[in-house]
Write a protein that binds this ligand. Sequence first.
Ligand code: LLP
Length: 387
Amino acid sequence: MNNILQLPALKTPCYYYDLDLLRETLRVATHEADKHAFRLHYAVKANANPRLLALIRSRGLGADCVSGNEVAAAIDSGFPAADIVYAGVGKSDDEIRRALEADIFCFNCESFPEMEVINGIAASLGLRARVALRVNPNVDAHTHRYITTGVEENKFGFYLHDLEAAIRRCRELPALEWLGLHFHVGSQITDMEVFCELCARVSDLQRHLAMHGLVPAHVNFGGGLGVDYDDPDEHSIPNFAAYLRVFADHFEARPGQQLHLEPGRSLVAQCGSLVSRVLYVKEGRDKKFIILDAGMSDLIRPALYQAHHAIENLTPSSAARDLYDVVGPICESSDCFAKAVDLPVTRRGDLIVLRSAGAYGEVMASRYNLRDLPPARFSDEGKASLA
Ligand code: LLP
């Protein structure tokens, strides 16, 4: 963290990535996955910064993409097409065509009409598309309602009552090859019981399908492992061992079946911080505001999901403390990072960091108010880069 203070020509706001922490996180995650021979596909949507993508690829992970441009970014960063899966409820014809031409490993298909369209486009190109069917398992992830995806009210995947018909149709269509099943029930899940329940639900489903002679070669459980936003230093690396053990212990895998997971947040959240400078400290009648040069256009999670990011003053000039609402410069009241934060007495020019911002931070930044997009800085700047 304190590296930030040594960065030459630090212009704020910017994202800062601790690449040593990312390397160590990847080491732990891949070590634990290898123990069970699980395949990891990094969810590119969490952070598509090219340096992070290259580092993640160098550790042998595949890529989980949700748009044509994510597929292109993964390929540009060196992910072999054979290690790319592509999900999403609304793939356009052009995106499907480009992914087919790139010969990606697998489309995670989410509806009957999409299946027909992929089949038609593949046939017109003289190709065969490998397809897994995304299933909505009706398992409640007990997380924020905007990031819960696996219950029937959500738009994602085939509903359980349609699944058998969907597999049969997939096997009938001549330009499709049915590879398996895909699930993703939500994000920022910290209760392992949710994953236990998912394993039990999918094991039941497999038993039912096997009675009809349908055995998926691949089962992909999606992503979702949460991180500790309250104490990023105490838990800088999520407990991958416990998470992956759930799937080894609770899922009844069939012989020869390959299991896949799609971690996003758990790999990149803790290595990133949003770095900002204090523009003004403003005193109201009964509270004080720290007005930062970073706002919701740089990090939208607090405004959109009421998300909590730990906030630190890196350059306090006094040991005394005070309570502040920490806000951005944007013309909306929702441009507030946190209320009543206990911080050292803060002055104009102090450097403030919002921690755990490596996932769904930089990628969700916008140009609202015509602000510049925040650039990325890295912990190895000035040192020889040894990705
Ligand atoms: N696989 C699929 C099909 C997904 O939809 C997602 C995330 C992942 C994998 C990766 O999930 P993760 O391991 O990162 O939990 N913007 C929100 C999170 C949206 C997650 C969308 N899907 C946030 O800032 O919290």
